[in-house]
Design a protein around this ligand. Sequence first.
Ligand SMILES: *Cc1c(COP(=O)(O)O)cnc(C)c1O
Length: 416
Amino acid sequence: MLWHPYTQMKHASRLPKMVAGNGVMMELEDGRKLIDGISSWWSVIHGYNHPVLNAALAKQAGKFAHVMLGGLTHEPALQLAEALVRITPAGLNHVFFSDSGSIGVEVALKTAIQHWKNLGHLGKTKIVSLKNGYHGDTFKAMEVSDDSDFSRAFADVLHRGYIVDIPPGGFDATAADVQPAVDQLEQLFSSNSERIAAFIVEPIVQCAGGFHIYSPLYLQAARELCNKYNVLLIFDEVATGFGRTGKLFAAEHAGVTPDIMVVGKALTAGYVGHAATLSTDAVFNSFLGADYEKALMHGPTFMANALACTVALKSIELIEQNDYLSKITQINAIINREFDTISSPHIAGKRSIGAIGVIEVKDATTLSGFKAFAMDEGVWLRPIGKVLYLMPPYIIEPDELISIINLMRKWINRST
Ligand SMILES: *Cc1c(COP(=O)(O)O)cnc(C)c1O
């Protein structure tokens, strides 16, 4: 029997079955058609069954679907590495592929710790991360994520580093709003710099941990502090990458280049699980030398899978050729306009950035039953805790987007 994620299987006997997808629509076995409001965990940015992506995959499959990257190279991997270096913040010049976001984060953390080891700083092994952060489900990724339902069962076997606060005030916070969080970070760095290898953050938007948005000023200050105290800065852009926040990468809001950056989810447009961990020259160069032990000791079997690389390349081409950033700006304008007309005593806050819209309620029970209601109304949305959010495919039409938001409004008003 199939075992589902984050699911109490006692209640999971009759999950709806998807049989076809087309554009933003998912078709279920019982004939229902749903607009996917969350892009299948934020990955299906061009919608389902995209003819251009399908054709690129078929063509590559006719040559070879996969070859090991140990001791061999191939064109899709070389081209995707080059494309990622070109589109990510300047200075990230080296690309390590892996098969999922969590593993991409593992690679980032291993790279950071081994970087300092290779340079002779043996004590720099701890990782600093943000409150509410989510970086994946593998062990080290859980350690740098905030304590939550995701990791509670393992609390006594996790070796946690340090957790610091995100600044209040959202994207438009003032320097004064941000300063206490910056001071906290500096205090931690200044008294522990010999122990700290890296600071990992989801830049600008923390997704699975509750969709908290914070100021680019904080990232700029973090960059300076990381330089000052010899700490590597890691951006986990697994959720925010490829346009989701209105810039191609969230780092661009701050004009900051991290030392290491992880991308995943939308990288392959929802077709094949894959991730990439990018590093600067300074990080990469610390792995060079006469000793084999200085090399990065990681190598997923399916890293740089040729189908994954091919579909990622084609996806980047679609983003660039079809001016997706303007589409995302339009999506954001519609979200803001429609959200302005939603009000209820149940609402604790509303926020948006790029193609992300979030309504947070005061009490999670307000949202119980919402998923089934949305399905009956032809929409696939899945609240997380107190957060009702949408992250649609970028190809969504305005009327489809409005119908999703109308549904959110209808539910919130119904429970008033
Ligand atoms: C989803 C996510 C991950 C984990 O990616 P998987 O592909 O599910 O392993 C890591 N970091 C962030 C920010 C994510 O949103």
